[in-house]
Design a protein around this ligand. Structure first.
Ligand code: GLC
Ligand code: MG
Length: 558
């Protein structure tokens, strides 16, 4: 495998709106991020992915871009962005932006022009079809955020346009070479500014199954989940290969794809040595217990399921490339609220979950606040949700017959807003996030869970994450942790999640994923204890007796 500049790094996702607000308007901004660069350096991360900060009406929190070449004034200015890139650079940090090119905003100039003249060149930038009242739509696919993928083209009574997500996010027509050229030009414009690369949003959606046609309905709304069509659409690889050659590869940029449902045989093309992306997220944990019929039917993963999913993914990528490993992001509930059994919120369990994921082969991505053990908010009221998809899922639950209380409880567990509550810097007013009123309510537990409390406190979740990152970078173990293979250890032993990282050295990562102690046979004697989420470790050299939620990392005898 070819070695790449980003292989040994630890990445960190910032959701700018909720990270740090420098001007008291309740909205996090780029000057806020700049003010926290020293913090990120102290934590040890070297790649920072910013969720979108481009001009946007924020219908989907910036994933609806109205100008790819400008920063939304609520987040700052282009000067702030340039300063962020430069200041990060002096601290050894590469900035990665979100690349949202499956769709743009309905307020983008391209879409405005398409509405003015659907038969002109910009009409071809989108999927616009003739339609007359009373006729069926061009296809019956259900958008990700609910309802049909088609809406009336503004200003027209006899034309509709396609949107896979919100109606304010019209899909771009990748079949049109002129559109593709515009996208590549924009990507290179950013890379020329010194950007380290991109996280590529919703990218599998750029290839539609054409011509549009119906699928059997899967709910009583007569629609069919758009995922069903994606499974049959062929040819996304051609677009992505072209994009990589025209952009990322020319700059040796880092790229990580939000790729779902890829075909197994495509993995080498995606993340292999000459793959079109550097990496893609491993969403196998996220898929456990998922039910497309609605969040109210989803079920939380059990530790065994999580372990098997992760091991399967590790084996899939082993000889091919690097997955990016996560326990949460801005679209997911908080990892500790999702993967730990209900009610388990001890620091030990949080460190166990984080450590088991972090030490896998691949690129670790932390999401802001994960390093503090931030949790889901548990006392949402309906009016407090901002996320479009939460509001849709609430309606889905009601239509399925749940009471308002049940529906609220169901969406509270999965709401994307759980990850979007402001970062908890300290126990003061506004949690140190803002001097004003935060755009989304804080999690009330910020008085207990915050950086000021954990920084420098031995045994805190934060200090544990710092030691994980330091271990990954340490001259003695980096080679093994970055390039060593993952070998599951005793995968059949229930609620034990253990694996070897075997390369230049051999490391054992062993976690007791339950509230009871359990014994484990050691593969061979340990040479040195490298990490422990508790104060002591109980072993006689052949057996390891793990306390509840204990996680240990040993270097083994060769
Ligand atoms: C991705 C983003 C999500 C967004 C969607 C549409 O899944 O992560 O936040 O809503 O794409 O852009
Ligand atoms: Mg602000």
């Amino acid at each position: 495998m070819q070695r790449k500049w980003w292989h040994g790094k630890t990445a960190y996702q910032i959701y700018p709106k909720s990270f740090c607000d420098s001007d008291g308007d309740g909205i996090g901004d780029l000057r806020g991020v700049i003010s926290k660069l020293d913090y990120l350096q102290e934590l040890g991360v070297e790649i920072v992915w910013l969720s979108p900060v481009y001009c946007s009406p924020l219908a989907d929190q910036g994933y609806d871009i109205s100008d790819y070449y400008n920063i939304d004034p609520r987040f700052g200015t282009m000067d702030d962005m340039d300063e962020l890139i430069a200041q990060a650079h002096t601290r050894g940090i590469s900035i990665v932006m979100d690349l949202v090119v499956n769709h743009c905003s309905d307020e983008h100039a391209w879409f405005r022009k398409a509405c003015e003249d659907p038969d002109g060149p910009f009409g071809e930038y989108f999927y616009i079809r003739d339609w007359h009242e009373g006729e069926p739509l061009p296809c019956n696919w259900r958008s990700y955020f609910g309802g049909p993928c088609w809406d009336l083209l503004p200003g027209h009574k006899d034309k509709v346009y396609f949107h896979a997500f919100h109606r304010k996010q019209p899909d771009l027509n990748w079949e049109n070479p002129a559109l593709r050229r515009e996208i590549y030009k924009m990507i290179n414009w950013w890379l020329d500014r010194g950007l380290g690369g991109f996280r590529i949003d919703a990218i599998i959606n750029i290839k539609k199954l054409l011509p549009f046609r119906d699928f059997p309905a899967d709910r009583d709304d007569g629609l069919c989940a758009i995922q069903r069509m994606l499974a049959e659409a062929e040819g996304v690889n051609v677009f992505l290969q072209e994009m990589a050659e025209e952009t990322f590869h020319r700059y040796d940029a880092f790229s990580v794809g939000e790729v779902f449902n890829e075909k197994a045989e495509d993995l080498p093309q995606i993340i292999g040595d000459n793959g079109y992306f550097s990496s893609m997220f491993d969403f196998s944990g996220h898929l456990i217990g998922l039910d497309r019929r609605g969040w109210h039917l989803c079920r939380l993963p059990a530790p065994e399921e999580y372990k098997q999913a992760v091991f399967t993914a590790q084996a899939r990528a082993a000889d091919i490339g690097f997955f990016s490993n996560i326990i949460e992001n801005h679209d997911e509930p908080r990892g500790v609220s999702h993967y730990l059994p209900q009610g388990e919120r001890s620091d030990a369990a949080k460190k166990l979950l984080g450590g088991l994921n972090f030490l896998l082969r691949g690129l670790p991505f932390l999401y802001q606040g994960q390093e503090l053990g931030m949790e889901n908010r548990t006392d949402w009221t309906l009016g407090e949700f901002d996320d479009v998809s939460t509001l849709d899922q609430y309606e889905v639950a009601l239509r399925a017959g749940l009471t308002p209380e049940q529906a609220l409880r169901a969406v509270s567990r999965y709401s994307r807003d759980n990850a979007r509550t402001p970062f908890q810097w300290d126990a003061g007013p506004g949690a140190g996030f803002t001097s004003g009123t935060p755009w989304l309510p804080l999690n009330g537990n910020y008085r207990e869970i915050n950086l000021a409390d954990q920084r420098g406190r031995a045994g805190s979740v934060y200090e544990f994450y710092r030691s994980l990152i330091a271990l990954r970078k340490s001259p003695d173990y980096a080679e093994t942790l970055v390039y060593g293979e993952t070998v599951p250890w005793l995968p059949e032993q229930k609620n034990l999640m253990a694996y070897l990282r075997r390369g230049e050295k051999t490391l054992l990562v062993a976690g007791n994923f339950q509230a009871l102690p359990q014994g484990m046979r050691m593969p061979c004697p340990a040479r040195e204890l490298l990490l422990n989420n508790l104060d002591s470790v109980d072993t006689d050299g052949t057996t390891l007796r793990l306390a509840p939620w204990q996680l240990v990392v040993f270097e083994l005898e060769p």
